[in-house]
Design a protein around this ligand. Structure first.
Ligand SMILES: Cc1cc2nc3c(=O)[nH]c(=O)nc-3n(C[C@H](O)[C@H](O)[C@H](O)COP(=O)(O)OP(=O)(O)OC[C@H]3O[C@@H](n4cnc5c(N)ncnc54)[C@H](O)[C@@H]3O)c2cc1C
Length: 386
């Protein structure tokens, strides 16, 4: 089942999803399997560049400014996630790291980086979280110190640390959010594009349970100038939120894709596995579990598509809708993958099994880009807004 009663994909959208899944099976999954776990897979990214998937993510191409439709982004992420979470994540991270540049960068920044990103040759990262500020991102403290005196900054030096940064420390450039005005909360944050070869920039890999390149980035008086700004001084929090607003429903789409893969595997397995003189699906407990999984996935998919469509149609009050989509889809995926493990039994827990992989992969989206509790807070707040 690809679409629901109210929301129906057009034939062109359905064909696009099928095309992406086929491409992922034939070309991307083998490249993902050949990559080193926890490291950036450059051949995989180059293949996504060659096949035009990154061009779909950045429809402005090398000139940059045009944004992908949120629904298109969701279809891309859901389709890839059904086949290869590595390909999905690699693509999504290019988007997360590069959209601050697409949306706020200068002509020079775009001309330098976009062609390489679209070709899958340059790796991007989005560096917001710090050891002392995760969900409360507005309290971040990476210091941007003016090099020519307060109020007259032609340049700054960045000092401090970012943590849990996907693609770090292997990225070629970072969209970095730093504190230019102390004690000013979200109004004192500035965004910079920092190329990885800047002196003083360092980092290390972090070993996580999710199969995902991720690391720490350290800044030891890293020089940046006005030419590195993404947007205006002290307006960087908006830069971060604008990118996250576009991506929030698509985190739900990633979750829906993983859940669909888990359901597909479970339907196949329960239809074949012999037990008690029949096959598993003939046991009512198993068929009801499959039915529950399918129903929740469909509900999650509809929430995701509807949030994306609201974003694309310019609807003003989309915060609650996006939060519901991200919350419900990521929690659903956790439920579905766990139920799929149960239906598969011990085999699902063996290293290398699809479900063992999904079990590790499905956990993090309930924490990043706004933990489930933060999404509930947003939804609760919106219930009392005019
Ligand atoms: C796989 C992975 C990839 C990531 N990639 C990136 C990246 O590329 N760039 C980046 O900048 N960051 C990234 N992160 C970091 C991520 O954004 C943070 O983990 C997230 O913002 C939560 O911050 P925290 O982990 O410090 O948890 P905390 O902020 O300490 O929160 C811990 C828990 O407290 C509860 N909580 C927090 N706030 C509230 C609230 N307002 N209401 C109710 N409960 C609350 C929630 O249960 C939450 O899970 C990544 C994380 C993971 C796991």
């Amino acid at each position: 089942m690809e679409s629901g009663s109210q929301f129906r994909l057009t034939p062109a959208q359905s064909a696009f999803c099928a095309q992406v899944r086929t491409l992922a099976e034939t070309d991307l999954a083998p490249l993902a399997a050949a990559g080193a776990a926890g490291h950036v897979n450059r051949p995989l990214l180059a293949a996504m560049g060659r096949h035009g998937l990154l061009a779909r993510l950045f429809p402005g191409g090398a000139d940059g400014r045009a944004e992908a439709a949120a629904l298109d982004l969701c279809l891309l992420r859901e389709s890839l996630a059904q086949v290869s979470t590595e390909a999905e994540t690699a693509l999504a991270l290019q988007g997360l790291g590069t959209y601050p540049v697409v949306q706020n960068g200068t002509e020079e920044q775009i001309a330098h980086w976009l062609p390489k990103v679209v070709a899958g040759e340059a790796v991007a990262a989005f560096a917001l979280s710090e050891p002392g500020s995760g969900s409360d991102a507005a309290s971040l403290s990476l210091a941007a110190t003016p090099t020519t005196g307060p109020g007259h900054a032609d340049g700054w030096t960045l000092s401090g640390e970012k943590i849990w940064i996907s693609n770090a420390p292997e990225a070629d450039f970072y969209s970095v959010f730093a504190r230019t005005t102390p004690e000013a909360g979200s109004r004192g944050v500035t965004a910079f594009l920092v190329p990885a070869d800047r002196p003083g920039l360092g980092g290390e890999h972090l070993d996580m349970i999710s199969p995902h390149p991720i690391g720490r980035v350290t800044f030891d008086n890293v020089p940046v100038t006005r030419a590195d700004l993404l947007g205006e001084v002290d307006q960087g929090f908006r830069v971060a939120m604008r990118t996250l607003d576009l991506f929030r429903p698509s985190v739900g789409a990633f979750a829906v894709g993983m859940a669909q893969a888990a359901l597909n595997a479970s339907v196949t397995h329960a239809g074949q596995r012999e037990a008690f003189g029949g096959v598993l699906k003939d046991l009512q407990a198993v068929s009801h579990s499959l039915a529950e999984m399918a129903t929740r996935i469909e509900a999650a998919r509809l929430l995701v598509y509807s949030a994306a469509e609201a974003y694309d149609s310019g609807e003003k009050r989309i915060a609650a809708r996006s939060a519901m989509a991200k919350l419900f889809a990521t929690e659903t995926a956790q439920y579905v993958v766990d139920a799929a493990v149960q239906i598969h039994g011990a085999a699902a827990l063996q290293h290398g099994h699809l479900l063992e992989h999904l079990y590790r992969e499905v956990r993090a989206p309930r924490i990043y880009e706004g933990a489930s509790e933060v999404q509930r807070t947003i939804i609760g707040r919106e219930l009392y807004r005019g």
